[in-house]
Design a protein around this ligand. Sequence first.
Ligand SMILES: [Zn+2]
Length: 139
Amino acid sequence: MPDITRAQLNAYLDDSLSDRETAVVEQALRDSEVLRRGLRAIMQERDRGEHSIGAIWRRQRLSCPPREQLGSYLLQVLDSDLQDYIEFHLKTIACPFCLANVTDLQALQQEAEPQTRKRRQRIFDSSHGYLSVCRDTTK
Ligand SMILES: [Zn+2]
């Protein structure tokens, strides 16, 4: 089994290894519970750490989008750049502040949902009726 150093694990987490090195680290992780535990410990340290970009952002909320943007993100009506950025902020940075906001907004949007569904159903019903009329005329 190749010896994986802490520096290599850090580089692995930073996604800065070559494909070959990444494969070696991943294989070693699969083979070794000790190594997996080591990786988890490094990830936890990073979460707590003062130096990770994620921690700095979380602490200062430098990059948090305003609540209106989070709402627009859920509706997927933003520019794709902004959409991507917010997705990164929520899924990769996992900003707890914004995730809480999004959960809240989702609940609000779900409350509004039955109305939207009713409207869609109406449109569907009317086009369905229209289609069956068309079909009837071809008989
Ligand atoms: Zn945020």
